[in-house]
Design a protein around this ligand. Sequence first.
Ligand code: KG4
Ligand code: ZN
Length: 412
Amino acid sequence: MTEVPHWAVPSSRRARPVFDILFLVRSRSSDYISAPEGSGARGPDTGMPETGMPETESLSMIVLGLETSCDETAAALVDEQRRILANVVLSQLADHRPYGGVVPEIAARAHLAHLDRLIREAMDQAGVGFDDIDGVAATGGPGLIGGVIVGVMTAKAIAMARHLPFVAVNHLEAHALTVRLTDDIAFPFLLLLASGGHCQLLMVDGVGQYRRLGTTIDDAVGEAFDKAAKLMGLGYPGGPLLERAAAGGDPTRFDLPRPMKGRPGCDFSFSGLKTAVRHRVADLPEGALHPRDRADLAASFQAAVADTLADRCHRAILAVQAESPPVRNLVIAGGVAANHTLRDRLTRVAVEHGMEFVAPPPALCTDNGAMVAWAGLEHLRLGHQAGFDFAPRPRWPLDPAAAPARGAGVKA
Ligand code: KG4
Ligand code: ZN
C-alpha cells in the first residue's frame, strides 16, 4: 500500500473536526515580523505593506489561492496544518497547442472564462464556504499580464466582498515555498528554481528573503526543453514530452555541450545547447526523426542539462556551505523539477555534499493553486497583506538587489 502524504485530503467533502471549528476564533499573534530589526538583513520585497492583521489570524487558517500567470487556470485551498483541501488545475494545453506555444491573449480569455467555476469547484471539493476562509491569495506576477490581471481582480473582488485580507503572491516565491507545504522544510535552504521562464540559484533565508547566487544569461531551462522538443518534432509542451521520448534512449550517443560547466559563479546559459540540438537534428536524415534517433537525442539533451545543473548546484553549495545557520537542504522547484533524470542527478549532488535533496511531488512542481495558497498563508501568518491598489507585476524578481542578468531576452 502506498503511503498517503499528509497534505492529501480526500477530495470529498472535508469533515472538519469540532476542535478545529471551535478554534477558528480569530486571535492575535505576536509574530508580525519581516526582516529582524537591526539585523541588516534585507526586508522582503513582498509588494505588500506591513499592515498587521489583528482580526485575521486563526489557529487553523484556510487560504484560497488562485494561479493564472501562464497557461494553467488553478484554484486551491490550503490550511495551516499543511493540508491541501482542494487543488483544481485546468490546463489550457489544447487551446495553445495549434500555435506551438502559449498565446497570451488566448490564455487571458481562458482564465476569465473558467476561473469562477474552478473556484466554486475547489470550494465544493474542500467542503468550505467563504465564511471558512481567512484570506485570498493570487499570483500578482511575474507572468503574462492579462492572466495575472484576471487572477488579481478576482481575488480582490472576493476579498473586498467578504472582508478578507488579499495577498499578492510572487509566482516564483510560490514555487520556492512549496517544499515547506509538502515537506516542512526549514529556512534557510538552497533553491534551484527551474521553470519555463526562469533558471536561478537562490538562497532562501525566509519568507520574502532571497539572495540570488546565479541566473540564466539567456534562455530559461524550461524554455530550452520546449525549444529542443520542438526541434525534435515532439510538440508542446516540450518538457514532459521530451522526458517521455528520452525513456530508453542512449544519453551518450550525441555529444552535446555543457554550457558554463566549470566556469566560476553560478550562472546558466542554454542557448548554445539549443543550437547544438538544431545542428544534430540537421545532421540526421531529413523528415521526421527515427524513434531511436529521437530517443537518443532526447536522452543526450537531458544528460547535458543534468550535467550543467549539477555543476552549477555544486558551485552554489561550495559558495554557501560555510554559512551559519548551516544550509542542509538542496531544493528544486518549478515545472522542470518534475523531471526524474534531473531529480536523480541533483539527489547525487546533494548527497555528495552531505545535504538532503528535496523536490515537491511532480504534480506540485508545475503551476498550481496550492502553491499560491500556501505562499499566501505564509505571508498572512507574518502579517503581510496587499492593498486593493496592488498593481499586477509582469516582472517581479525575488532578489531585487541582484544585478540584472546580462543576456538578451532574460526575464528576471
Ligand atoms: O513552473 P511551470 O509550470 O510554469 C512556469 O512558471 O514557467 O514550468 C513550465 C515549464 C515548461 O517549460 C515545461 O516544459 C517544463 O516546465 N516542464 C518540464 C517537465 N514538466 C514541465 N521540463 C522537463 N521535464 C518535465 N517533466
Ligand atoms: Zn511556474
